[in-house]
Structure formats: structure tokens, C-alpha cells
Design a protein around this ligand. Sequence first.
Ligand code: SF4
Ligand code: SF4
Length: 438
Amino acid sequence: MPLIKLKGAHVPHRKNTAQMAAVRMPAPKSVTIPVVMHIGAPAVPAVKVGDHVDIGDVIATAGGFVSAPVHASVSGTVKKIDTILVSSGNNVNAITIESDGEMKVSEAVKPPKLETYEDFINAVKDSGLVGLGGAGFPTAVKLKIDDLSRIKAVVINGAECEPYITSDTRTMLDQADLMKEGFALLEKFLKVKNIIIGIEKNKPECIAKMNELAAADPCLTVKPLPSVYPQGGEKVLIYHTTGAVVPEGKLPLDAGAVVLNCTTLACLARYCKTGMPLVEKCVTVDGSAIKEPKNVIVPIGTSIQDLIDFAGGFKEEPGKILYGGPMMGIAVPDTNCPILKNTNAIIALNEKDAQPKKQTACIRCGNCVSHCPLHLNPVAISKAYRDGDCEELKKLKVNLCMECGCCSFVCPTGQPLVQRNKLSKAMLRNYKPQEGKK
Ligand code: SF4
Ligand code: SF4
């Protein structure tokens, strides 16, 4: 399944906040931190109501191999451990800490021992890091590789192809020193000699900054990429930076690649240097309903409402609020929902911008097929979904869909293609072949 260069779509960039260095918001009155902010087993609460915690204290331990610990993002008192509704529609356990306003850092926060590869993996585990590009896969699991010689290249994702979002842009510009330390860690502990950072060409300052680092690091290459969405999709990025194709149903490592988001790398370097785990995020707050768009450094668990208030509030009634960008973002059910580890943007669109395209009958134009970066056939998937034909959905490989939203974006008749793909994948998960058609 070769990927063809420049498949995808030319989406409007709307990088309104790219020139805005992140500002730190004041300590919120309280934070509510879910124990599930990653793919895998929920973390297990390690505190009880009434406990005092400082920033960086472990409040929930990893609940399994594929899991990640959770840390306090403010100092204060644990007020509640209760379930909350999150954007996936699930109720998850969450720990509410009432801030004492001191923002005191825990004495437990100190640089980890880092002599061997095992030390490095333990440090990544303890940092609570998960993929910050959106997927939330625990970073320690990704980097725990039995045979390091399988890694032909580490690909750093600096594409940031979603409209509006500029938090990775600010990482590359404002935390280049941490990224430099991150590259050195990868070279030392993963024994890689080939690190490629892929950056869309609409970020010339980031390309220039990373080229400065590459000039002093023979292992680092900067790869400017066409600004074509979804350039930051894992398989797309691997292909466009290394030329390798991830085999169907396989992992990037099967194509010799390990992919890390640039902010994940900077956070990893910060933990190894200071021992400060993942307790805050740079979040882009933007969209036509936001009064003062900006990049904000925000404690994890802060309510979306607090963050929006810090951005001046709404200038218009929002029609839709999203975790993430307009292409792949997930609707926020309630502005009391918290900022999560992998939240990189809160985008609030006014009523007009939130309107879906008017839906009319499919005109068989083929746009959705010709723009899918993974060579899927979204219009055929839609038909198979409507027919309840799981065997056909399997043949059409809907499971490979990365839900990038390109097909929906280019469809002139407003078909909800990506939504049908998601529903198709859910239908396949419940499919028992002996039952035939569902
Ligand atoms: S079918 Fe999936 S991968 Fe292809 S364009 Fe649509 S959402 Fe993206
Ligand atoms: S892009 Fe839309 S109208 Fe064109 S074939 Fe695909 S579903 Fe039909």
C-alpha cells in the first residue's frame, strides 16, 4: 500500500497564535485529574480524600504494563475522588485537588538516575509521559524495545498539520534547548544515529531553529514537508521523512521507525534534567468564539472554562468547543471537563463556523478516494456501513482508517464519512463472523 506524495488536503492553516509565546495562567482554584489520560489500563489512585499533595507527587500509579502514573499539578488538598464524564462518553475516576495557591513543588521531584537503558525506561515510566500529539500512548511502552538495532530512524513529529494549533510550534521555538537534550538522550539510550524531524513548510522559523541544532548534531536531519494535511499522521510522516511504508496492521518499528511528538521529546528531556513529571501542558486556545486567542501553559486537570476565562472568555456564543483541532478534534461535552495530558488545543467555534456542511446525495465524484492518504475507499465504506456488511468492511480495511477527516473535508456533498468510518470500526469490533451480516 504505497502512499502517494501530496495525497491529503490543503486545509486552511489559521495558525493565528504561532507568534504568541505561551503565557502561564495563574493557579486554578482546583484541578480535576482523570486517572485515564492514556491508552491502556487506568492508573490506580494512590491518595485519599484529605491528603496534602505538592506539585509532582504521584496521585495515581500505573495500572499495568500499558498505563502511566498521574501526578499532582497543583499543591493543595485532595477533596474528591469520583467519576466524571469525559469526551469519549465514558465515566472515569478523577482526583480533585483544591489548590492552596502556593504551587509548591514536591521534594520528591529530583533528577532520575540515568546510567543504563533500563534507568532511562524507568525514568520515562515515572515521568507519566504519554504521546502528546494526540494518541496518548504511554511513551515508556513505545521506547521499551528488546532489539534496539531494529530502529533505523527516530522520527520527531513537528508537522503540526491541524488548523489553529500552534503548541508544538511554540515547543520548537521556545524549548529548543530541551529538544537538543532530548535528541542527545535518544542518541545515548536508543543508540540511534539517525533522527529526522519533520516540519511543515508553513513553519519556517521552526525549520530554521531546528537547523541550528542540526548544524551541531550529525545525527539530526531536518525535513521540511509540504503543508498538506495530514502530514503529521504517523504513517504519512514516516513515509515522507524516511521513505519507509509501515506494513498493514504492523507497527512503525516494523518499518524501522520510532515516532515521537516534539513536545513529548521536550517533556522527556525536562523530566530527565529536573525530575518534573508531566503536570502541565501548553494549550492553544483559539477559534472564532474566543475573545483573546493565545497559547497558555496550564496545569493538567484545570477546567476548560478556567482556561477560556483566562483567554478573555467568549466573544460570541460558541456553537462547538473541541478538544484539539477542527479536523480530528473531539467535541467537549461540558466546559467543566479538564485539560488532559494530551490536550494540545481548545478550539471554540461560533455558531456559523460550527455548522456542518449541508448534506445532499453523493455525486460519485471520487474526491474522498483520491484524497485518502491511506488509499481507502470512504464512499464504499459508507455503503458497507449502511448495509451492515461487516465482511465488506473488513475487505475495505476500514480498521486502517486513522480518522484524519480528509475525506469528509473534501466531500462536496457533506457526507459524514469519517463519522461513518468510526461507527464502522465500532461495528467490526462487535462483529462475530459466524453471525454473517449484522
Ligand atoms: S478514510 Fe480515514 S484515513 Fe482515509 S481520508 Fe478518511 S478519515 Fe482519513
Ligand atoms: S467525495 Fe462525497 S460526493 Fe464524492 S464520492 Fe466521496 S462521498 Fe460521494
